[in-house]
Design a protein around this ligand. Structure first.
Ligand code: TRP
Length: 360
């Protein structure tokens, strides 16, 4: 792919994000071959939109990220090694309308399934629920790639519970869980205000998960302790502390962008989830990214994780200083999955189109 020959200084979306991804691969200790492979995978998954110059506005208004870049990165930290690098993207970002967007998303995921030899059975079973004719809502299909060493990523697909109407989102989620054998799962979810996403693990996972997200607008940080339904999951105190630190104050009420909880189901024989993640949209509770970064570093330290890769990740994404904007760090998340040590995930924006100015 080439840039515009008349304005050689302006990169395309594909060039820009592929460069970010290659540098992040190095931060995450992936080798140069993997970095090249994954940069190509990203560009391919973005389709024709990858060739669009960044001095043009984004062709869609995706809410995948605040500035409508259809790409977001995340580093998922663990105590005992380099973080896992993931990239979230919207394959249909360049299409006209949600129905076409979903179609492009399905095509992209099916292409990946052929290339890497995984099954899309789960997705096929749910297509009419989440990718109906004349779909509604804020997204059609996103996919996330977990970039493992070796050049074959693990794949996750994010679907829109409101595709058949926001008023039917709960029924849609319940029906989808039913079809995948999790008949009792819906009743296990905590109360909240709707479901922004329904997600599936596809590809080479040890235990593929079905994940349901719940929105919690106006949540006091102290109430984050009550959201997990996972047996032997995180303690209420640990969740409260995580929320308070990420939000910047123990008595904060998170009345801006809502906290999201995510409940992962792996075994249909079990009513309760085997995984729980608490997502805090830190960008709405910090004046600038310097503050968000300090909180991330404090939380990593508290969980025995090395913050060095995060400190190297920010300058691999942008030349600006953290204090000169807010939103580069989009979310901080604490993830528990049975059989694994807890993980801390930092979501990082591409900011290909815009930087939100610091507040206050
Ligand atoms: N930008 C959207 C939001 O803020 C979707 C999203 C992107 C998201 N990355 C995320 C949601 C990470 C939860 C966690 O809701």
């Amino acid at each position: 792919m080439t840039g515009n020959p008349e304005r050689p200084g302006v990169p395309t979306l594909g060039e820009y994000t592929a460069g970010q991804l290659r540098r992040l691969c190095e931060v995450a200790s992936l080798d140069a071959d993997d970095a090249r492979t994954y940069a190509d995978v990203l560009v391919e998954a973005l389709g024709p939109e990858a060739g669009r110059r960044l001095d043009l506005p984004p062709s869609g208004r995706t809410f995948l990220s605040d500035d409508h870049t259809p790409v977001e990165y995340s580093l998922s930290f663990r105590p005992d090694g380099p973080p896992d690098l993931r990239v979230l993207l919207e394959p249909g970002c360049g299409t006209d309308g949600l129905e076409e967007n979903g179609r492009a998303g399905l095509d992209a995921v099916r292409g990946m399934s052929r290339r890497w030899g995984f099954s899309t059975t789960w997705l096929d079973k749910l297509e009419d629920l989440f990718l109906p004719q004349a779909p509604q809502g804020p997204l059609a299909l996103w996919c996330a790639l977990e970039l493992r060493p070796g050049g074959v990523p693990r794949v996750k697909v994010y679907l829109n519970p409101a595709a058949r109407g926001a008023d039917r989102a709960a029924a849609t989620v319940r029906e989808a869980l039913d079809r995948l054998g999790h008949q009792r799962a819906y009743a296990a979810l905590p109360p909240g205000d709707g479901h922004p996403f329904f997600a599936l693990d596809l590809g080479d996972w040890e235990r593929p998960r079905v994940k349901v997200y719940v929105r919690h607008p106006g949540l006091p940080a102290t109430a984050a302790g009550d959201l997990s339904r996972m047996p032997a999951g995180p303690t209420a105190a640990a969740l409260r502390e995580f929320a308070a630190t990420a939000a910047g104050s123990p008595d904060a009420r998170l009345s801006g962008l809502p906290v999201l909880s995510c409940h992962a189901f792996t075994d249909p024989a079990e009513a309760r989830p085997s995984g729980f993640t608490l997502h805090i949209p830190v960008r709405d509770y910090a004046r600038h990214d310097g503050e968000a970064l300090d909180r991330a570093v404090a939380l990593l330290g508290r969980h025995g994780m090395d913050p060095a890769p995060l400190l190297r990740a920010l300058p691999s994404l942008t030349g600006r200083r953290p204090q000169d904007g807010v939103g580069l760090i989009a979310y901080l998340a604490l993830a528990h999955q049975r059989g694994w040590p807890p993980r801390l995930t930092v979501y990082l924006s591409a900011e290909a189109y815009a930087v939100r100015p610091p507040s206050g």
